[in-house]
Design a protein around this ligand. Structure first.
Ligand code: SF4
Length: 424
């Protein structure tokens, strides 16, 4: 039985018990969410997760950090450093998006060192193999695509992004509805080009039952990828994006029938005023499945600062119902992130997630804010710095401008409004 089926049967598997404890919720409350499909526990059978989590309705908003090599920057130790940086910064989940080098060796090393839920994108395995053999991505085969799913499952990932919603129909729509930036998802682009070149249907859509059988066997949570997510504000909410979304909604129901937990990935780039509407539309179209958003980026003008742009969109999206934020780093659109970028990205997304937790009315979500505010009012610097979301950064900045009177800071010095009777 899969975890979902066990939970539905009334049993209390250890994975449910431990995740409920980690979420500080009752087993029965979490059970109800998992059965309804409004939350998932991405935790594959046989894995030992020291820090499990659940993702979905009524739970704290979670943050995912992407790591992984590319063909140009391919050093395992670099990715292991990034993994540690992401975990130290508080990532709830990590995805290995490696496309360069020995992907299996990299994935296995990351799995062994990763105490949180680990995700992957199996089609990268297929593409990477073809590139190494100097063959075209258009030579992908259905057998290789499904074999990659099984390989990643065997290697112990907990969740997988699979771009099942890029179909012959959506490719036809794309042809007639020209976008400013086309298809910006790596997996989505490879599949769209393959469909256009071969005229065949996406194997991940056509062979969805076989895909589900593998996911059920290994207890993988499916993350239905948004292969046609908009890559700029101009393309947000277009016909192809919406067509894919409704296809994913149909597949959500098939996942649940097959005993496979499922979440759905969302846009990309969305104007600020449309974020809330897009999240609500996704929740309706996808039967309240947990929503995993990539940003969204609310403007296209800020390369170098896209972790901030993504956090603005992420906070709004999570307030409207998104449950899982994929981080963006300052390196987005520019290069493969380094360790410092990964740290900045996780912190920015955690700020967005926490702000949304408060807005979503999660019990006790504001306690942290109140505690730091009390310390600030008392000018209890040690407590304030300890409670900061990034204590190292806060300490470094304070120490770089320490005034003679260390009971205040160098912003206002002797005019400190909090000193003496300050603030009444
Ligand atoms: S000096 Fe100014 S900024 Fe610093 S703690 Fe006092 S009021 Fe706040």
């Amino acid at each position: 039985m899969s975890l979902l089926e066990e939970i539905e049967s009334g049993a209390t598997p250890d994975r449910l018990r431990r995740t409920a404890a980690a979420e500080q919720t009752s087993i029965e409350q979490l059970r109800a969410k998992i059965i309804a499909g409004s939350a998932v526990i991405p935790w594959a059978r046989g894995n030992e997760l020291a820090q499990p989590c659940a993702i979905g309705e009524g739970l704290k908003v979670k943050v995912n950090a992407n790591i992984g090599t590319s063909n140009d920057l391919c050093r395992l130790e670099r990715e292991m450093d990034k993994l540690r940086a992401c975990l130290d910064a508080g990532a709830d989940a990590v995805m290995d998006l490696s496309t360069g080098g020995d992907l299996r060796a990299i994935r296995t090393a990351i799995r062994a060192a990763c105490p949180v839920s680990l995700g992957s994108v199996p089609i990268y395995e297929v593409l990477s193999d073809l590139i190494r053999e100097k063959r075209s991505p258009r030579e992908m085969t259905a057998a290789a695509m499904l074999a990659a799913i099984r390989l990643h499952a065997e290697d112990g990932v907990d969740f997988m992004t699979v771009h099942c919603g890029v179909t012959r129909r959506t490719v036809e729509i794309l042809r007639n509805d020209r976008r400013l930036t086309g298809v910006v998802s790596r997996g989505g682009s490879a599949l769209a080009n393959w469909i256009a070149a071969t005229g065949q249907e996406n194997p991940y859509y056509e062979e969805f039952d076989e895909l589900l059988a593998i996911c059920r066997e290994y207890d993988i949570t499916l993350s239905l990828g948004d292969g046609l997510r908009p890559g700029c504000l101009a393309d947000a909410g277009d016909h192809a994006q919406m067509e894919e979304l409704y296809t994913l909604g149909e597949l959500v129901l098939r996942c649940r029938e097959a005993g496979v937990q499922v979440m759905v990935e969302g846009p990309g780039h969305v104007p600020l005023q449309d974020v809330e509407a897009q999240v609500r539309m996704q929740k309706v179209a996808c039967h309240n499945a947990p929503f995993y958003v990539l940003g969204p980026l609310v403007t296209d003008i800020a390369p170098g600062y896209d972790h901030i742009v993504g956090a603005i969109g992420g906070a709004l999206a999570a307030r409207a119902g998104a449950d899982f934020l994929c981080y963006l780093t300052p390196a987005e659109h520019l290069r493969l992130p380094d360790t410092a970028d990964a740290h900045e990205g996780v912190i920015a997304s955690r700020i967005a997630a926490h702000a949304a937790d408060i807005a979503r009315g999660l019990p006790n979500a504001r306690d942290w804010d109140d505690a730091i505010s009390k310390a600030r009012k008392a000018r209890d610097w040690e407590t304030q710095l300890d409670l900061a979301i990034d204590p190292q950064s806060a300490r470094r900045r304070r120490s770089q401008g320490l005034p003679a009177d260390t009971s205040v800071c160098s912003m206002c010095s002797e005019l400190c409004a909090l000193k003496g009777e300050g603030g009444l």
